[in-house]
Design a protein around this ligand. Structure first.
Ligand SMILES: Cc1cc2nc3c(=O)[nH]c(=O)nc-3n(C[C@H](O)[C@H](O)[C@H](O)COP(=O)(O)O)c2cc1C
Length: 199
């Protein structure tokens, strides 16, 4: 499918038919998510992939009882990773391992370390969450490109998700994306006109 067709066909699926998505397809989808862009390439996201019925059921009451949570095949819980120092350190190692010369990595690290240290503590989470949304966009359109359906969801209680999933404090559940095969049908798109969007 052309990308222009994918963005037209993707829609927020409210009901899935319960079929399991093949592991290979899920792997392709995760690869698309992994390649999402992020500011200074910090990739401040960790995504919990849930497919067991028990965990989905435990999350349902903390998700406004929205039926996508239990009817989907896989539930992707996009967490913002606020431990930016750890992410940065891991990134520098990765850059070195991928052949970027030490002096190049050192210059980049100076810039990124400066950015992180100048960020007020309360700015970390929203900064990381902004990046997370780009990965979410890849997941939504990526799913459709693989013949799958999905729904972006903010209708859940992050603190309760953290408890159920035993997440460390630096990982903050930010967006949930159920993935599977739709049992509903797309509604007509309601969008503002180009003239009301672009100026
Ligand atoms: C960040 C975000 C959070 C959303 N949260 C929910 C949600 O909790 N439950 C839900 O059913 N839809 C949710 N939606 C879906 C929107 O309602 C939907 O994307 C919008 O109405 C446009 O419809 P479409 O995606 O089908 O084109 C969310 C969408 C976004 C982008």
């Amino acid at each position: 499918m052309e990308f222009s067709e994918i963005v037209k066909a993707r829609y927020a699926t409210r009901s899935f038919d319960g079929r399991k998505v093949d592991d290979k397809l899920m792997d392709q989808l995760m690869e698309m998510v992994r390649l999402a862009p992020s500011s200074v390439n910090l990739q401040p996201w960790r995504i919990k992939v849930i497919h067991d019925a028990h965990t989905k059921q435990a999350l349902l009451p903390h998700s406004w009882n929205q039926p996508q949570i239990t009817s989907c095949s896989h539930l992707l819980v996009f967490c913002a990773d606020t431990d930016l120092e750890a992410r940065a350190k891991a990134l520098y190692s990765k850059m070195k391992a991928s052949g970027i010369p030490d002096e190049g990595v050192a210059g980049f690290a100076k810039m990124v370390d400066g950015l992180i240290s100048s960020m007020p503590p309360e700015a970390r989470l929203p900064w990381a969450q902004k990046q997370v949304y780009l990965a979410v966009a890849n997941a939504l359109n990526g799913a459709k490109s693989l013949g799958l359906d999905s729904c972006p969801m903010e209708g859940f209680i992050p603190a309760e998700y953290s408890k159920v999933l035993h997440l460390p404090a630096h990982l903050v559940p930010s967006v949930v994306v159920p993935v599977g095969y739709a049992a509903d049908t797309p509604r007509p798109k309601v969008r503002f006109e180009k003239k009301d969007v672009f100026f």
